[in-house]
Design a protein around this ligand. Structure first.
Ligand SMILES: [Zn+2]
Length: 315
């Protein structure tokens, strides 16, 4: 059985590295790559070197992305230019892949409004935006040439696989299940980290709850080997999924414990994440807001809005 080759991409982020998984072509099937790493100079150099070292013919590469975040899809445009790579992704990833840079002003305006309503001080919002704007150039807008749908059969080099759309981390996050019993999980399932649904605007409401349903739904892949978007392969087990779901539930309980009086999401961040480092504060707020929205939906929390500020209270 041909084994996929891992190309390790350095990241200037807390995760440190991202994976691109290469499936060499055979006969008429072109080589395929799942994820393309981050579009920094170092990121693209590592990817190019990895393709070169593998000895595959990268021309006409079939590129599949697990989702459109910059550390997974950042090099898609360059791969298209240099190797004529054909980009496969679900339409739901379009805001990250096709219009991410073009829509950045609108995105920051929507984030600013939402963060203000959740009590984040303006100087903190400015810092979050600055960090975001440092990351934006690591992606280049690129058209999705081959849209993927849920359940689609596809070819990863000599290996056949099925795409399963598993929304939550992003609306079109996809896992690829191969005939060799591998599951390319992107950020939908990592071994040691619970993924973030980046839910902060009202438009994104429900993404965190959706992510929990996706996590539970991954049980149908128990027994497979996960080839994740970051770090080493691991086994998909019920125990791992239970553990991730239990961590989320514990966070919700911690939030409820601190809602004996009205609090903003921003006030809850240090209670839920006491060890959060400064540059992760945006993700921290998103995680808390996702939990609050889910708790509100379940009738366990009440939201009050006054003067444009939102507070939450245990029901
Ligand atoms: Zn991601």
């Amino acid at each position: 059985m041909p084994q996929p080759q891992r190309i390790l991409i350095p990241l200037p982020l807390a995760l440190r590295t991202a994976n691109a998984w290469l499936y060499p072509g055979r006969g008429g099937d072109p080589s395929a790559l799942v994820d393309s790493g981050i579009g920094t100079t170092e990121g693209y150099d590592a990817l190019r070197q990895g393709l070169w070292d593998s000895g595959v013919d990268a021309n006409g590469l079939a590129l599949f992305i697990t989702h459109g975040h910059v550390d997974h899809a950042g090099n898609a445009a360059r791969l298209r230019r240099e190797f004529g790579a054909l980009l496969h992704a679900p339409r739901e990833e379009s805001p990250y892949v096709e219009t991410f840079r073009r829509d950045s002003d609108r995105r920051y305006a929507a984030y600013t409004k939402a963060l203000k309503s959740h009590g984040v001080p303006v100087e903190e919002i400015a810092k979050m935006q600055q960090r975001g704007q440092e990351m934006d150039p690591w992606h280049e807008d690129v058209p999705i040439q081959a849209p993927l749908v849920d359940g689609q059969r596809l070819q990863l080099g000599a290996t056949s696989a099925t795409a399963h759309i598993t929304p939550g981390h992003t609306p079109g996050s996809t896992v690829f299940a191969t005939e060799d019993n591998d599951l390319l999980t992107g950020d939908t399932l990592l071994e040691h980290i619970t993924s973030n649904a980046i839910e902060v605007t009202d438009r994104d409401k429900g993404r965190y709850a959706q992510y929990l349903r996706t996590l539970d739904g991954l049980r149908r892949f128990v027994g497979m080997r996960a080839l994740p978007g970051h770090h080493d392969p691991f086994q998909v087990t019920d125990a791992l999924l239970d553990n991730h779901l239990a961590k989320h539930e514990a966070r919700s309980r911690r939030i409820l414990d601190h809602l004996d009086g009205p609090r903003t999401a921003w006030q809850l961040v240090p209670e839920v994440f006491p060890r959060l480092v400064h540059d992760q504060s945006f993700l921290g707020v998103c995680e808390v807001v996702g939990h609050l929205h889910a708790l509100e939906e379940q009738g366990r929390v009440l939201m009050r809005e006054s003067g444009g500020k939102r507070t939450f209270l245990r029901a």
